[in-house]
Design a protein around this ligand. Structure first.
Ligand code: ZN
Ligand code: ZN
Length: 416
């Protein structure tokens, strides 16, 4: 019997994993540069947390969650995104307050039952940040800047920020009314999803991807025309700060994020490569979510990056990444005594921070040297029984071809 991988999941094999490590490392470095600390929350949470925060009318909650009962009958869900969990953890551990800024980041797998397609999987990975405690529009600009700098660091080109404001509970009702009125005239000609959304969450109609619905979307009212003075002022300031930071952006009044909790600023970052438009990051402000999940009202903003998308853009267009690891030292041995001695030296090298390896397959010396080449070892140390007797062996610098006799006791110092 052979086992296959579940649909919508993927093995990340060593060659690609190396690229993942580079991207993850870039994320951690940039997040640290902006003074963010990592938070790690569980892979599953109580289902209510997501229903409440993401919104019961959203596609995620209605169709895409991996929900199951545990042995005590409690309803649990594999996290479809991280913000709700970070808010939950922040409240539970008193990390969130209005008096101080909490800047958190995460990296990890998320789960949504979607139709698998290029770049979209049921287990996918996100990196993201969440900041709690300030409604200052400078922070919106800073968070957007951070995302752009991160993509520049990993080599994505031709980035543009799409920016919108979705308003607040004061101004959203009027906009929602206008949207509802507009679509009500056309709804009989629109798709089933749009019909469902008209009552539950008319703003989400703007998200419809059906070709047939597009002509009605074009003429729909824009949220920017309905902002209250406070939201309008906030938006203008964000735009001003982005200009100061030299971040390229375009206002896109169709941009509504697929989750219910956003207020004011909504944004996404698009990488335009080879003519395609790829959204690599989405985020925005969510000033009411903390209170909605039982904390004290605290303004917040964040974004999430789709790492699969970023990785595929890099592999498609940029960095060629090699298959093999680079080790510093390969110890090639011939005979039992040399293998024993080599194994001891191998352990010493590693203990002192030198990456090293040797043969474990009983291969010939020639095959061992070939393997050292494949592993791109910087140095090869070759020993047989005779070398064991004199306590020294030849160390070859693979880049220069230079070879010198080095005592066992001197090997590590020499390599360091
Ligand atoms: Zn408002
Ligand atoms: Zn539609």
């Amino acid at each position: 019997m052979k086992y296959g991988i579940p649909r919508g999941t993927k093995d990340i094999l060593p060659a690609e994993a190396k690229l993942w490590q580079l991207v993850e490392q870039a994320c951690r470095e940039i997040f640290a540069l902006y003074d963010y600390s990592e938070i790690r929350t569980p892979i599953f949470e109580f289902t209510d947390l997501f229903t409440r925060s993401i919104g019961s009318g959203t596609d995620i909650v209605k169709k895409e969650m991996y929900t199951f009962a545990d042995r005590k009958g409690r309803s649990l869900t594999l996290r479809p995104e991280a913000t709700a969990a970070v808010v939950r953890a922040g409240i539970e551990n008193n990390l969130i307050s209005i008096e101080s800024l909490a800047k958190l980041y995460y990296l990890g797998p998320m789960f949504r039952y979607e139709r698998p397609q290029a770049g979209r999987q049921r287990q996918f990975h996100q990196a993201g940040v969440e900041v709690f405690g300030s409604a200052d529009p400078r922070l919106d600009a800073e968070v957007i800047e951070l995302s752009v700098r991160l993509f520049e660091k990993v080599g994505l080109k031709d980035l543009v920020v799409n920016l919108n404001s979705v308003g607040c509970p004061k101004c959203q009702p009027e906009f929602r009314g206008a949207i509802k009125k507009h679509f009500a005239q056309h709804i009989s000609d629109m798709c089933q999803d749009c019909r469902d959304r008209l009552e539950q969450n008319p703003m989400r109609i703007l998200d419809c991807k059906e070709a047939h619905c597009q002509k009605y979307l074009e003429k729909a009212p824009a949220s920017l025309d309905y902002l209250c003075p406070e939201c309008k002022n906030h938006f203008d300031q964000v735009v001003g700060w982005l200009g100061n930071l030299g971040i390229k952006y375009q206002v896109n009044d169709r941009l509504v994020r697929g989750l219910d909790y956003y207020t004011k600023t909504a944004f996404e970052v698009i990488a335009r490569q080879l003519g395609a438009q790829n959204a690599v990051c989405g985020g925005g402000r969510y000033d009411n979510l903390v209170a909605e999940l039982g904390g004290k009202a605290t303004p917040a903003i964040g974004f999430a990056i789709g790492l699969e998308r970023v990785i595929s853009l890099i592999t498609d267009h940029q960095l060629p990444i090699t298959n093999e690891g680079n080790i510093k030292l390969f110890i090639a041995t011939l005979g039992e005594a040399a293998t024993k001695q080599g194994f001891a030296l191998l352990s010493q090298a590693r203990a002192l921070g030198i990456s090293a390896d040797m043969d474990f397959l009983g291969k010939s010396l020639k095959a061992q040297l070939k393997n050292a080449d494949r592993l791109k070892a910087a140095f090869v140390y070759v020993m047989g029984d005779e070398e064991v007797k004199k306590g020294s062996a030849g160390l070859k610098n693979m880049a220069t071809g230079e070879q010198s006799e080095v005592e066992f006791s001197q090997l590590i110092t020499r390599l360091k």
